[in-house]
Design a protein around this ligand. Structure first.
Ligand code: ZN
Length: 226
């Protein structure tokens, strides 16, 4: 069976994306990056999701972007914004943007994928609800696919890896519906920007997730602090 590599953070989007790769008929390997995020809760989620989806090989890689910080997700001194309305979230690129994160992650995934002769890399990038993140947009993903073709042995030999971002144009509600349809293990996912035993329900990520479930008419199986 052909294989695919999934970038798996343990969040809702990457989990639905991994379930999609399965549904597309691939054997899947998964890559999770421990990038110096402020909490380890989502790494646990990634492990549990990988297990639930019967991933062949799940690699957790340390690439500590907190060495230079520059994001509320990698720098303890920066506060994660809470209680913002959606128009406020989309006003400008938020402080939770991690500089060039998907460029770094896709580069690492391309290297891993080449060793496993994976046909495709799946990434849960989404440009609709969070259009503030430039490295989630189709223009970036297309350009990266070209770079990966030109910059790898398999690429120049005529077997380039493709980049699939099946959620890129979906709303959060559509992502929830798709996950539900694919029976993705949504109960294992962790979306909140903050750590802790329960999701905060107040950060941008929690609010968009909650709104997505509400619009989809699906009950969010994850517990919230408030
Ligand atoms: Zn939260």
């Amino acid at each position: 069976m052909a294989s695919a590599l999934v970038l798996l953070s343990g969040g809702l989007d990457s989990t639905v994306t991994a379930a999609m790769a399965r549904a597309d008929g691939y054997d899947i390997d998964a890559l999770t990056i421990r990038y110096g995020q402020r909490h380890e809760r989502e790494l646990r989620a990634a492990r549990e999701v990988a297990q639930a989806l019967d991933v062949d090989e799940h690699v957790e890689l340390d690439v500590d972007l907190s060495a230079w910080g520059g994001s509320a997700l990698t720098d303890e001194a920066e506060d994660v914004p809470v209680d913002r309305e959606e128009d406020e979230m989309s006003e400008e690129i938020p402080v939770t943007y991690v500089p060039a994160r998907n460029l770094v992650f896709l580069s690492l995934a391309t290297s891993f994928a080449e060793t496993r002769e994976a046909e495709t890399i799946y990434i849960g990038a989404n440009a609709v609800d969070f259009s503030g993140y430039p490295d989630c947009r189709p223009a970036f993903l297309d350009a990266f696919e070209t770079a990966a073709r030109e910059g790898t042995k398999r690429g120049v030999e005529g077997q380039p890896v493709s980049i699939q971002a099946p959620l890129v144009d979906l709303t959060k509600a559509e992502i929830v519906e798709l996950g539900n349809e694919l029976q993705a293990p949504l109960e294992l996912t962790w979306t909140c920007y903050q750590g802790g035993q329960q999701a905060c329900g107040r950060c941008d990520a929690c609010k968009l997730r909650l709104q997505g479930f509400a619009e989809a008419g699906v009950e969010d199986p994850v517990a919230y602090a408030e």
